[in-house]
Structure formats: structure tokens, C-alpha cells
Design a protein around this ligand. Structure first.
Ligand SMILES: *Cc1c(COP(=O)(O)O)cnc(C)c1O
Length: 421
């Protein structure tokens, strides 16, 4: 039986309407930005395999480090025990973060990194006997698919079946010059109920690569600090170079209390999540009283193999050649945006670092479920490019090792699509 048929017999895929979706494409190997199917056809991975891959597929350096670790220690319970990869990764990561970040908590994906962040904030107040349980988030936010992460995400078709069970969250507009003072007053108004404010810095990925200015986020974070509201910077998507700097919060002068990481953390090799926090938050859990413990953990917390993948990925990330690649992709995207921005089918085009997104002119139908989306998706697959539009928003988010030729090919196919679709 073919791989496709064996799959269809028994596998339920994520974010997939199994009745109407086209059969999945079996991938047998990857190299650089290319994923190869059974017939040897290359698909250029222009979405970094759901935004996780930053150094290309089957990266030999990461593979070697992971293999070495696998032969030494594959896993150990992380309560009561520790190991060098976890310690070294925490040391390396903290060196890259704002210097108020002091402690590292491990989990195993982006949603759990967010769950931990929310729990840290809620219990921070609880441990001090202060009643502050309200959470503030942006409209259209996306912070993950588990219940807590879903609750702090915007209500949408994706959450509809669960809306009545999600805890209440105050959603505010993205900040800009016109509303920043109003948003600040909104925060001040409810500050004594607010446990924390969670945000995707600079780019709301899942909402359709919606971008907003660092300057106004900076003002909001500073205002929260002034009003004693904790801030959670969800860098699950934006971390590790996506926005052009190491982390999106590097564009801010006010620093968040808590940060969340996953996706690019291991270069897309192993599942891993990290939540970091300030000494002040950590200290609120220190007590002779066992009830003040952060009661949270996952079986695979700080898995040594995942830690070694993250360490290897971070080595590569800090190399000059990677930093140059990020600059190269930024410049290349900028040129492309300039070239097509006036095309009648391009409603808007926007860019932050290595992320470029264009809104396709569709008249009024802009839903995620629009048929244009499916047409575009298939059009690019046929051309050997993986692009997964979010509704009518087509975006490119490549691994940093993507070649100029591959980028030029993607741009050219988008231009043809603009003519043909
Ligand atoms: C993807 C994403 C998450 C969830 O990460 P998973 O590993 O998919 O659970 C959380 N926050 C942001 C900003 C994301 O883009």
C-alpha cells in the first residue's frame, strides 16, 4: 500500500478537514530549504515547516550534536535531577535575553510555554494573597491551542466550539498613534484586577502576519510596568531572528517580565518550549510553604536531546553567516515588495525582518476559508513551493539558509500567480 493510503486509513491531521482535504504529500527527506517527496520532487519550504525551521532541513551540525547526546543520555526526570545540556542551554539563552530575565522553566511546545507563563503570573499574585486574575491580550491574538493559551487568544472559528469554557480575557486593539493614550487609560482603569498583559511582539502571526510598530508596544509595556501589571512577551514565533533582531523585544526599551519560546528554538528539530522570568517573579514562589510551589511540569521537560538540538541551533544562529543570511533575506524581501506593491491584486504588502506578507485583493471575501486560499496553496505546491496562505494573506517565511535562486524562484512564481489567478 502507498504511504498516502496507509496514512489516510488511520491518521488524523492537524488543522485539516479530513473529508475534503487533498491527500497529504509524503516527504522522505530534506536538505537545506528543500523537502523531497517519494519521486524526488523538491518542495521549497517557504514557510519553514510551520515556522519552526531556521537552519534548513536535516542540518548536519544539529544532527551530529543530537546523535552525540542520544548516545550519552536520552532522558531523565527533571524534578530532583538535572543535566548539563539543560544548564548550558539556560546559560546560553539568558545571555541573549534582556538582562532582567533570570530564570528558565522548560516545557515542550509553544502552547505549554504560554500556559506556564500565564500560571506564573496568576500564581505570582495568588502567592502574595492579592486578588488579580484578569488577563489582557490583543484582539486577534494567537498564543496556542491548549485551553489556557486558547483563552488568551482571540475568539474565532477555531475556538467557537469551546468559547463558553474559556476564561474571560480583556481584548484590546493593537496600539498606534491614534489610540495609544486611550489604551493606556484602559489599562489604568482595570489595573488593580489585571494579573498580566500577554502579547505577540511586532507581528501577529496566525492572525495573518499583522504588523504593528515597536514604538507603541514599547509604550504599552512601559505603562504596564508603571501600573504594576506583569507582561508576557510571547516570542514563540518571533524569536531567533525572525523579525531581523535576535528577539522582537530587542526593538523595545521596556523589557517584559516573562518571555516564551519554542518554534525556532531547536531549529525545528525537536519539540521544546521555554518560559523565562525575572527574579522578582521567581522570588514570589520561594517559601517554607509548599503550597506556593509552581505545580507544573511535563514528562519531557528539559529533554536532554531537545536541549542539545537547541544548543546546536543557537550555535548556528549566532554564526556570522546566519546573521548575514537574515540581512540578505530582509533586503531581498524589501526589493520584492517595492516591485509588486502597486500591482492591482496586491491590496497591501508588509514586512518585518525575514517575514513578508501580502494581502491579495479579493473584493469582500477575506475569510481564512476563502477558495482563493486553496487555489493559491495548490498553485504553489504544483510549482514546488510550500506556501500556506492565511485566508487571502500570502506570506514567505523561509529558513535562513534559503538560497538567492530559491528566493528569486518564489518571487517569480508569486508574480505569475498575480497574473494567472
Ligand atoms: C505557534 C505559536 C504558539 C503555539 O506554539 P505550539 O508549539 O504550536 O503549541 C504560541 N504563540 C505564538 C505566537 C505562536 O505563533
Amino acid at each position: 500500500m502507498s504511504l498516502v493510503n496507509r496514512d489516510l486509513n488511520i491518521i488524523w491531521h492537524p488543522y485539516t478537514q479530513m473529508q475534503t482535504a487533498l491527500p497529504p504529500i509524503p516527504i522522505v527527506r530534506g536538505e537545506g530549504a528543500c523537502l523531497y517527496d517519494e519521486n524526488g520532487k523538491c518542495y521549497i519550504d517557504a514557510v519553514s515547516s510551520w515556522w519552526v525551521n531556521i537552519h534548513g532541513h536535516a542540518n548536519p551540525y544539529i544532527a551530529q550534536k543530537v546523535a552525540e547526546q542520544l548516545k550519552k543520555l536520552e532522558h531523565v526526570i527533571f524534578a530532583g535531577f538535572t543535566h548539563e545540556p539543560a544548564i548550558e542551554l539556560a546559560e546560553h539563552l539568558l545571555k541573549l535575553l534582556p538582562d532582567n530575565q533570570a530564570k528558565v522553566f522548560y516545557s515542550d511546545n509553544g502552547s505549554t510555554a504560554v500556559e506556564v507563563a500565564i500560571k506564573m503570573c496568576l500564581q505570582y499574585w495568588h502567592n502574595q494573597g492579592i486578588q488579580r486574575t484578569k488577563i489582557l491580550a490583543f484582539k486577534n491574538a494567537y498564543h496556542g491551542d491548549t485551553f489556557g493559551a486558547m483563552a488568551v487568544s482571540g475568539r474565532s472559528a477555531f475556538t467557537a466550539a469551546f468559547d463558553s469554557l474559556l476564561f474571560e480575557v480583556d481584548f484590546i486593539d493593537l496600539p498606534d498613534a491614534s489610540n495609544i493614550e486611550y489604551l493606556k487609560s484602559q489599562i489604568s482603569h482595570v489595573k488593580s484586577d489585571l494579573a498580566c498583559f500577554i502579547f505577540e511582539p511586532l507581528v501577529q502571526g496566525s492572525a495573518g502576519m499583522i504588523m504593528y510598530e515597536a514604538k507603541y508596544l514599547d509604550e504599552l509595556v512601559a505603562h504596564c510596568r508603571k501600573e504594576g501589571v506583569l507582561t508576557i512577551d510571547d516570542e514563540v514565533f518571533t524569536g531567533f531572528g525572525r523579525t531581523g533582531r535576535n528577539f522582537a523585544c530587542d526593538y523595545l526599551t521596556s523589557k517584559p517580565d516573562i518571555m516564551c519560546f519554542s518554534k525556532g528554538l531547536t531549529g525545528g528539530t525537536m519539540a521544546m518550549g521555554i518560559t523565562t522570568c525575572t527574579q522578582q517573579i521567581y522570588d514570589a514562589f520561594l517559601s517554607e510553604d509548599k503550597l506556593k510551589t509552581l505545580f507544573h511540569g511535563h514528562s519531557y521537560t528539559a529533554n536532554p536531546v531537545a536541549c542539545s538540538a537547541a544548543l546546536a541551533s543557537m550555535d548556528l544562529f549566532l554564526e556570522d553567516s546566519t546573521q548575514k543570511n537574515i540581512r540578505r533575506i530582509e533586503a531581498s524581501h524589501r526589493q520584492f515588495a517595492e516591485k509588486i506593491k502597486d500591482h492591482p491584486k496586491v491590496r497591501t504588502i508588509r514586512q518585518t525582518g525575514t517575514i513578508i506578507a501580502m494581502e491579495w485583493e479579493t473584493g469582500s471575501n477575506t475569510s481564512y476559508f476563502s477558495t482563493l486560499r486553496d487555489k493559491l496553496y495548490q498553485y504553489f505546491l504544483d510549482a514546488g513551493i510550500i506556501l500556506r496562505p492565511l485566508g487571502n494573506v500570502l506570506y514567505i517565511l523561509p529558513p535562513y539558509c534559503i538560497t538567492d535562486d530559491q528566493l528569486i524562484y518564489i518571487y517569480a512564481k508569486i508574480e505569475t500567480a498575480l497574473e494567472e489567478l
